[in-house]
Design a protein around this ligand. Structure first.
Ligand SMILES: *Cc1c(COP(=O)(O)O)cnc(C)c1O
Length: 422
């Protein structure tokens, strides 16, 4: 099938989510041309309603001062709670299992304080070899904090030679092989570089059988792929909200703690916002944690950087993740099909070919020497297509079902086609 712009427009006309694109601000380039923005895996676009949400808090602060804690339109004392219901739906959890707080790497550290508990021989930590640098730094520093070393205690699983994705059976067998030496397993929901969505249910089950704690980094998965953290029995998960969740640069992140730990006496780093709100303001000396994920909060919520998250979650709640995923499968499938038919031999897709094994993003390798490949990305940017380049050789493009169209995808592939043929 050859698709022209009329074909793409027909697909757009039949798209039940097409109307949501208008609820986001779309960037323009220097020449005033609307960008083809396929970079929501890095920073999601701004929901138009975000400004009202932020202004509401500025107004309430102006109008009420300290009384805003209780009397603001959305009372600040419980501001974080407003995000819980939709976040819980997105990650497949009960509301009490999630909390919006801090940022991703901070949450990872806080979770590891509780869930990375090396004990005697059980002192190893398994991650994937091309883990996002911040995760690796966090993990290695936690090992050092326990007097353990990267060389001896960090296990890194990697794809087979010549392959780009991790195989579930390989990770499972490595977990089984490490067995009672394993204290924790940390895996991504969607791998940031390759766009591979891991099959988390069997991986989490293997870690639990081995007696290890299991944590998931959802940076590239939340708001992107379907998740069932509660049923998968993972111990914890962490995420940021500025990628697929469109909550703005540096927005407040999130955390999942499984219900079975809701009242646990695991060690944790505590602060007053994790304290039972009924007695928080009695200002007593003894810490009494809130049951559930909120018990891991430390400080009172950053209202101004949480406001855009609420604006965005409102859109997710209205669109619904099943419909978002359905469009995502079609839209990314469309990108795949165009690349395979128009750019065969020029561009390789390193993201798994099967739709179930990926989210929105396709990671591309341009079959050229490094400098020429990088130049294709520069040409693409000059043509108004926003994707991103990850050294040494990966171009990432993510069509976002809430605000990208089939026409966007076609225009991006046409620009890429020009760039790689120049
Ligand atoms: C984006 C991303 C982060 C970002 O960390 P912050 O603490 O939010 O700055 C961390 N880990 C992964 C895997 C990411 O993709």
């Amino acid at each position: 099938m050859t698709i022209d712009s009329a074909g793409a427009l027909a697909l757009d006309a039949a798209d039940p989510l097409a109307g949501f694109a208008d609820q986001f601000h779309h960037p323009f380039d220097d020449t005033g041309r609307r960008s083809i923005y396929l970079c929501g895996h890095s920073l999601g676009l701004q929901p138009k309603a975000a400004a009202q949400y932020v202004e509401q808090e500025l107004k309430d602060w102006q109008r009420l001062g300290v009384l805003g804690h209780h009397n603001a339109h959305r009372p600040w004392i419980k501001y974080h709670e407003q995000a819980a219901a939709t976040l819980a739906t997105l990650v497949g959890a009960h509301a009490a299992e999630v909390v919006a707080m801090n940022s991703l790497t901070v949450n990872l550290h806080l979770m590891m304080v509780s869930f990375f508990r090396p004990n005697g021989e059980r002192n190893r930590l398994l991650i994937e070899k091309s883990a996002f640098p911040s995760d690796r730094y966090a993990v290695v520093s936690q090992l050092a904090f326990h007097g353990l070393t990267e060389a001896e205690h960090l296990i890194e699983v990697e794809p087979r030679p010549g392959e780009r994705g991790l195989r579930t059976e390989d990770v499972v067998s490595r977990i089984e092989q490490e067995g009672n030496k394993l204290a924790m397993v940390l895996l991504p929901g969607v791998q940031y570089l390759t766009g591979q969505a891991l099959d988390l249910a069997p991986l989490a089950a293997a870690a639990r059988r081995a007696g290890a704690a299991v944590g998931i980094d959802l940076a590239h998965a939340v708001g992107n792929t379907p998740l069932s953290l509660h049923d998968w029995n993972v111990d914890f998960a962490v995420w940021c909200s500025y990628k697929y969740l469109n909550a703005g640069p540096g927005a407040v992140g999130g955390c999942f703690v499984h219900e079975r730990h809701a009242r646990s006496d695991l060690p944790r780093f505590t602060g007053w916002w994790g304290h039972d709100p009924e007695t928080r303001f009695e200002m007593g000396p003894q810490f009494v944690p809130i049951a559930g994920a909120q018990g891991w909060q430390i400080s009172n919520p950053p209202v101004l950087s949480s406001a855009p998250l609420l604006a965005s979650l409102d859109i997710f709640q209205r669109a619904g993740l099943p419909r978002i995923r359905e469009k995502s499968l079609a839209l990314t499938g469309f990108l795949q099909q165009l690349i395979e038919t128009r750019l065969a031999g020029l561009v390789d897709i390193i993201t798994p070919a099967k739709a179930a094994e990926r989210g929105c993003q396709l990671s591309l390798r341009i079959a050229r020497p490094a400098a020429a490949a990088k130049r294709c990305h520069d040409l693409l940017s000059a043509a108004g297509v926003v994707g991103d380049w990850r050294e040494p050789d990966v171009l990432r493009l993510a069509p976002i079902p809430l605000y990208n169209s089939y026409s966007d995808v076609l225009a991006a592939v046409e620009a890429l086609s020009d760039a790689v043929r120049r």
